[in-house]
Design a protein around this ligand. Structure first.
Ligand code: FUB
Ligand code: ZN
Length: 658
């Protein structure tokens, strides 16, 4: 018998976010980001990289004439946008937005072939190429995004049309792939279909979709290698010339079967999308072996290959992982989509086993890389999220070619902007989960949630002062008293906490700290109040000594926020700033700075150039240090004041033991 039991999902529509920090983001997504992206997808924004994504669908639907344009996976940008719209509509009706989205649904339906196939690239550009280059051409990836959009949109609107399109597409895929004779025993180079089929399974209860997801996962990396076979069938034709995708099996995590993979290899987004699908299948089928593989990959990613900002992918080539502890700050790839995928993976693991480490990583990625991936105006985005920026080196040292100093309006490969939109539009679904008789609060985001306990509705209203202060209050609403447990996460950044129920300290016997959650099990009454205070200090963080780039450095973190130095506050030459142990800090909220930020000033020293003249090297001499104050701002807010230096890790003067 399986010991895997999963949480009952808390529906997005049952969570209302009311939070000083996050509500403006949700409004931004609704009022600016989604409308802006719609314009971008329609090529109506002057100066933007053309998208042509909607145009491709119009041509494929036979409504216009022309050629396909864009990446082979251009369709996925439309799907992610539609998915974001689904999440917004699930939370609040918007007839105008729904009308636009309905037209997109009609367009996609018209572009669907009679057998269920949808893909504008293969409909328009490579008509005979369908399913001939799985390693590179993202057909199942695009299908997966369409399925995710369909599930979200149908759930929000109750309109079945897009779900019918998705099921027809999934059935077409099911008729084409699988272990049965005559079917293709292959899998996509970019994982996505697996997690999408699991979403489709959850709404249709059709277990063919689970079987297919499991098939795609387990087929990956088997011998004889599918990518070699299809490569030979194509006579070696490749789509992306610069990368040896078909030959470099680890790029697509196809070097060995997934259950044997102990380390995160290759393209970072693919790894975490794969892991998300693995966790989904493990949860649905009780496959403990698969869950073990998820744990191994999780462990390797977060304990050996993740930046302090919750980003992953150390190398631009292949947008990929490299090796344990290789975490360069300035040439980092750290794609926004990869942190989003890490959040998906963390959420799925959290549904299976309620350990705070998953929520800690989820929170780290969310508050740092994900929101750092978008400007405060909602119209500029980072694809790559370095932890150190040196604008003068851009354009001169080509190792930095992928690193932009300012957020971009759009990209030729525009995967990140709509990914941010869909994640933030669905933020409400990451805050809570309900497991057995326990309501978990994973994130401290002001919100109202309603769950069902023993056949009756229980409402929980959360007030949170995060990310700037650790004061959180919960109010309970219910018609009659209920016995259940409220589990509150004690974040890894919090060293001490205080919890009270109705103003009274909770005695030790009335609570249990388990797997990083504080369980308060009792008979709850309407109007009960829980106060949680999480100590939030300025914490100098150290990297594991194996990380070459962080030895002798500290990063400043306060609560979930990682901080950074910027040229705008500290001048040029941030590498010359040095922190001493025993520094003094001053924390202040600057409401006029970038929409309101808590800044941290630390006593520091600046290494002086004095006496160096033109020498590049010299025999060690006394350092000339000048006392100064270093101002830190939250990392997510960097690069909103023009191009300038930035760094997360700052030198530390350590005192040698006597
Ligand atoms: O390949 C599709 C998406 O584009 C990936 O997830 C991103 O890394 C970018 O390459
Ligand atoms: Zn991306």
């Amino acid at each position: 018998m399986s010991i895997i039991s999963i949480s009952t999902p808390v529906q997005l529509k049952n969570v209302i976010i009311q939070d000083d920090f996050w509500s403006p983001y949700i409004s931004l997504i609704r009022d600016v980001v989604v409308p802006y992206q719609w314009e971008a997808l329609n090529d109506r924004i002057e100066g933007n990289e053309p998208s042509h994504a909607i145009q491709n669908f119009k041509i494929a639907a036979g409504l216009e004439h022309g050629d396909f344009y864009g990446m082979v996976f251009q369709d996925s940008d439309v799907a992610k946008w539609l998915e974001a719209v689904g999440y917004l509509l699930e939370q609040m009706p918007d007839p105008d937005l729904e009308k636009v989205a309905d037209e997109v649904v009609d367009l996609i339906a018209k572009a669907q072939h009679a057998d269920g196939y949808v893909n504008t690239y293969f409909t328009l550009k490579e008509k005979a190429g369908r399913w001939t280059n799985l390693a590179e051409c993202h057909e199942l990836y695009c299908a997966g995004h369409l399925i995710e959009a369909a599930v979200a949109y149908e759930k929000a609107t109750g309109k079945g049309k897009i779900l019918e399109v998705a099921c027809k597409l999934a059935d077409c895929i099911d008729a084409t792939f699988g272990p049965e004779d005559g079917k293709i025993k292959g899998y996509d180079g970019h994982q996505e279909i697996e997690l999408a089929l699991m979403k489709l399974y959850r709404v249709t209860s059709n277990d063919r979709y689970v079987k297919l997801a499991k098939f795609f996962l387990d087929e990956r990396g088997q011998s004889p290698h599918f990518y070699d076979l299809e490569f030979d069938r194509r006579n070696g034709e490749t789509h992306f010339q610069a990368l040896k995708i078909a030959k470099d099996k680890s790029y697509s995590q196809a070097h060995i079967p997934i259950r044997m993979q102990q380390t995160a290899e290759g393209h970072a987004v693919r790894v975490v999308y794969m892991c998300t699908g693995m966790a989904d299948v493990a949860a649905a089928t009780g496959d403990e072996d698969l869950l073990k593989a998820c744990r191994a990959l999780w462990h390797n990613i977060v304990n050996k290959r993740m930046y302090i900002t919750g980003s992953i992918g150390s190398m631009s080539y292949g947008e990929s992982f490299t090796l344990d502890y290789d975490l360069p700050n300035d040439t980092a790839y750290a794609e926004t989509c990869a942190s989003i995928g890490l959040i998906f993976f963390a959420q799925r693991m959290l549904q299976i086993e309620q350990r705070s480490e998953y929520a800690d990583v989820l929170e780290r990625a969310l508050y740092n890389t994900v929101i750092g991936g978008m400007s405060r105006d909602g119209q500029h985005f980072f694809y790559v999220n370095p932890l150190e920026a040196w604008p003068e080196a851009s354009g001169k040292n080509q190792n930095f070619d992928h690193v932009k100093m300012e957020r971009q309006r759009w990209f030729g490969c525009a995967c990140c902007p709509p990914n941010i939109a869909r994640l933030l539009a669905s933020l409400g679904s990451y805050i809570y989960s309900f497991h057995g008789h326990t309501l978990y609060a994973h994130l401290y985001i002001g919100s109202q949630v309603t769950v069902e306990v023993d056949g009756g509705a229980v409402g929980l209203i959360q007030h949170s002062e995060l990310p700037w202060n650790g004061n959180i209050k919960f109010e309970l609403k219910m018609d009659e008293p209920k016995i259940f447990s409220l589990a509150l996460r004690v974040p890894s950044w919090c060293r001490s906490w205080d919890v009270r129920v109705n103003g009274q300290p909770v005695v030790e016997s009335a609570m249990r700290l388990f797997n990083g959650y504080l369980h308060l099990e009792r008979k709850w009454n309407a109007g009960d109040i829980v106060d949680l205070v999480l100590a939030m200090n300025v914490s100098p963080m150290k990297g594991n000594p194996e990380i070459r780039e962080t030895v002798g450095m500290v990063a400043i973190q306060r609560g979930p926020m990682v901080y950074c130095l910027e040229e705008a506050d500290n001048g040029k030459g941030l590498h010359k700033l040095i922190i001493h142990p025993g520094f003094e800090d001053q924390v202040s909220f600057d409401s006029s700075l970038l929409g309101g930020l808590l800044t941290i000033d630390l006593t520091a020293y600046r290494l002086q150039d004095e006496g160096w003249k033109d020498q590049l090297y010299r025999v060690k001499d006394e350092d000339h240090l000048e006392a100064t104050t270093a101002r830190f701002i939250p990392y997510f807010a960097w690069a909103n004041r023009g191009s300038g230096e930035m760094r997360v890790w700052i030198r530390e003067n350590t005192v040698l033991p006597s």
